[in-house]
Design a protein around this ligand. Structure first.
Ligand code: FAQ
Length: 346
């Protein structure tokens, strides 16, 4: 089973008649678009669903630093290096906002990280694919950040206040990330035949995994119905995937690249692109830990955590020292302007 490794207690969506009075009152707040805040009463299953999703999201940002981080030393110019470094730092920041949002629900950051390292919780499937060439960095920005924004814009309006607010800043930064990726692709596509071929090869490898980022088809999405009822999810997996395809195909055409899907075609009647079948067996294999880079990513993550122990210890010792330091007395009274003018010079 690829889902519900984290038990949220939701088996099916409750109808109003089955709800206890407090659950009914909670649902009424959601229906009235009133944000839920950390100290508000909330059903346990709502809390667990958010902890599951927000921590998976946070882990994705942090693990997502690895495939791009690999290219910082190999970026083709100083400015590309500086931009990539800033992007990877932004992803760390996104992870931190999201861990903070999850902590407001009563789960500790150490617990979440221990669960990631023990393989008990997921991170996005997309980060289990390798970055083989510089074009992969362009493609991650263009497609992966593009898909992330598509999914995250509706999350800015989700029902849980701290998650919605974290998303607003994250989306602004992701939009810069997407543009820098597209800019790399434009440079490659306007370059030599080899550079254009490199861009096409990267698109060929990242297209289908990017479509998988939106999760299983709606009919197989175990959490969607309840998450939609609670306004954690405002658009379904398939709706978001379709929007992504509709937005991205013209961008590929602009670049002069071919989307690797023989069945891709504009459908005049629906006003959307039709596209081919996604290989869901590949998605399930990646989620089970058998993608091209799952083991490597987790090994590197755990190594980074262990090697960072001294930084965490030093930061904790410094915070403790400051907390225990004697409080400084009141500042000496400032001399007035007139006094200063009268003071001897030299
Ligand atoms: N990968 O019932 P649903 C980024 C799991 S951020 C792995 O449809 P749900 C930034 C799902 O967890 C990218 N697992 O689940 C960046 C569940 O398993 P569980 C991350 C997946 O939660 C860019 C099971 O399948 N974004 O890229 C995936 O309602 C560049 C059943 O699925 C977020 O996390 C997947 N792709 O919908 C960083 C956004 N899809 O938990 C660096 C927030 C599904 O029962 C560089 N999350 N699963 O064991 C969401 O919107 C939702 O959680 C979905 C899944 C849409 C991902």
């Amino acid at each position: 089973m690829y889902a519900q490794m984290v038990e949220t207690g939701v088996e099916r969506v409750q109808v109003v008649a089955e709800m206890a009075p407090d659950e009914r009152a909670f649902q009424a707040r959601i229906d009235a678009d009133i944000k839920i805040e950390p100290k508000d009463a909330m059903p346990d299953a709502y809390r667990r669903t958010l902890v599951r999703q927000i921590q998976q999201h946070a882990h994705s940002e942090i693990v997502g630093m690895l495939p791009e981080g690999n290219w910082i030393t190999r970026a083709p110019s100083l400015s590309r290096k500086a931009i990539l470094m800033a992007k990877v730092q932004d992803e760390a920041g996104h992870g931190l906002y999201l861990y903070c949002a999850a902590e407001t629900l009563g789960v500790s950051r150490d617990r979440m990280i221990a669960d990631l390292h023990a393989g008990k919780v997921k991170y996005s499937s997309i980060f289990n694919y390798p970055t083989l060439t510089w074009a992969d960095i362009g493609t991650i920005g263009w497609l992966v950040d593009g898909a992330a924004i598509m999914n995250q814009i509706p999350l800015c309006r989700c029902s849980y206040g701290p998650y919605a607010r974290a998303m607003i800043r994250i989306c602004k930064e992701e939009s810069f990330h997407q543009r820098q990726g597209f800019d790399i692709m434009m440079a490659l596509c306007r370059g030599s035949a080899e550079q254009k071929a490199m861009a096409q090869d990267a698109l060929n490898r990242w297209w289908w995994p990017s479509l998988m980022m939106f999760g299983p088809p709606d009919a197989q999405s175990v959490h969607s119905a309840q998450s939609a009822r609670w306004k954690i999810k405002l658009l379904s997996n398939d709706e978001l995937r379709q929007r992504f395809v509709d937005q991205t195909v013209p961008q590929a055409e602009y670049l002069g690249l071919r989307v690797p899907d023989d069945r891709l075609a504009w459908n005049e009647a629906s006003g959307h692109y039709d596209f081919g079948e996604i290989d869901w067996s590949e998605f399930h294999e990646v989620l089970k830990g058998h993608g091209p880079c799952n083991r490597d990513r987790m090994r590197m993550r755990i190594k980074a955590w262990e090697e960072g122990a001294w930084v965490r210890e030093a930061a904790a010792a410094y915070a403790e020292k400051r907390a225990n330091a004697p409080r400084p007395g009141p500042l000496p009274a400032m001399r007035g302007e007139g006094d200063r003018r009268a003071a001897p010079v030299g």
